[in-house]
Design a protein around this ligand. Structure first.
Ligand SMILES: Cc1cc2nc3c(=O)[nH]c(=O)nc-3n(C[C@H](O)[C@H](O)[C@H](O)COP(=O)(O)OP(=O)(O)OC[C@H]3O[C@@H](n4cnc5c(N)ncnc54)[C@H](O)[C@@H]3O)c2cc1C
Ligand code: FES
Length: 281
């Protein structure tokens, strides 16, 4: 995976900020410098409003980039103060961003690639799945959400290859967690590489499944972030290492957010536990 970087502070113009389904928005910003550099799996930090409130920028993964128009898209869910303010920003307004940040996905030499997206984690996978198809790779996708309406960009994934769909309420596809169709699939098929993004419990379940099947897997992790550039240590997660404790803490923002599944220690022994996350505004 790519080396760490600290991004650049850039001014962007809001081109569009539209609601897709309740509480979920698609933001398009024009910022040619970012569009020319950002890669799938990387993220940006957005200062949702000018002034002091909220102080900290918020992290969002790249959904799509168009180098020709110099535009970058994210899809975000309104969960608190920052995202609520962001949802009220209008086309034509200026917004400050920091990016590109993080390492991004690495397709390497893999030929058959699986994609597992859960909820909002579906959006960051589209750009890398499209890249895989452009590079002539075979794509199979597993998408899960609470209801059919939240299966974001399902049609776009369907154009790229075979897809398996599940929902929590059974409104579209099987009523199941997304790990179920993946597990079934791996009993009869091989994948060279799997990329996944979604809630931590989903990623933990996937790590166990792919471990049992020996599938190389990259997981995009989320943690609350302070600086986004490796300075505050607010976003650390335990990563297996040859140390007396058996792990070291790494920063999701600058060492990740993409890590190999078999490196991640989802449970830390209580005595050595250190809480990641940042409680500032
Ligand atoms: C690398 C990265 C990429 C991300 N990409 C996206 C994306 O593409 N789309 C999207 O909708 N969200 C994404 N997130 C999560 C997003 O950053 C948070 O939802 C956002 O910062 C919340 O800000 P807020 O001020 O609205 O909420 P707050 O008021 O700060 O928090 C509201 C609730 O959301 C939880 N929360 C806040 N930050 C995070 C976080 N980083 N991870 C998990 N839970 C959090 C809090 O614990 C709290 O329960 C990403 C996070 C990271 C670290
Ligand atoms: S958010 Fe500050 S080190 Fe990662």
């Amino acid at each position: 995976m790519a080396k760490e970087n600290i991004g650049k502070v850039l001014g962007a113009e809001i081109v569009d900020n539209k609601i897709l389904v309740p509480y979920v928005y698609q933001l398009t910003i024009k910022v040619a410098k970012l569009a020319s550099e950002i890669k799938p799996g990387q993220f940006i930090m957005i200062k949702v409003a000018p002034g002091l409130e909220p102080t900290l920028r918020r992290p969002f993964s790249l959904h799509r980039v168009d180098k020709e128009t110099g535009t970058v898209q994210i899809i975000y869910q309104v969960v608190g103060k920052g995202t609520e303010i962001l949802s009220r920003r209008k086309p034509g307004e200026e917004i400050e961003i920091l990016g590109p940040l993080g390492n991004g996905f690495d397709l390497g030499e893999a030929e058959r690639i699986g994609f597992v997206g859960g909820g909002m984690g579906i959006a960051p996978l589209l750009a890398v799945a499209e890249q895989a198809v452009q590079e002539g790779k075979e794509v199979v996708s597993f998408l899960g959400a609470k209801t059919g309406d939240y299966l974001l960009v399902k049609k776009e994934f369907a154009r790229l290859g075979k897809i398996f769909i599940v929902t929590d309420d059974g409104s579209v596809g099987e009523k199941a967690l997304v790990s179920k169709p993946l597990e079934k699939y791996l009993k009869h098929h091989d994948l060279d590489l799997l990329l996944a993004c979604g809630p931590t419990p989903m990623l933990k379940a996937l790590a166990a499944i792919v471990g049992a099947h020996g599938v190389k897997t990259q997981l995009s992790l989320e943690q609350r972030m302070g600086c986004g550039i490796g300075a505050c240590l607010g976003c650390v997660v335990p990563i297996k290492a040859d140390t007396p404790e058996g792990f070291v803490y790494k920063r999701v923002c600058s060492d990740g957010p993409v890590f190999w599944a078999d490196e991640i220690l989802f449970e830390v022994p209580k005595a050595t536990e250190k809480q990641g996350g940042c409680s500032c505004g």
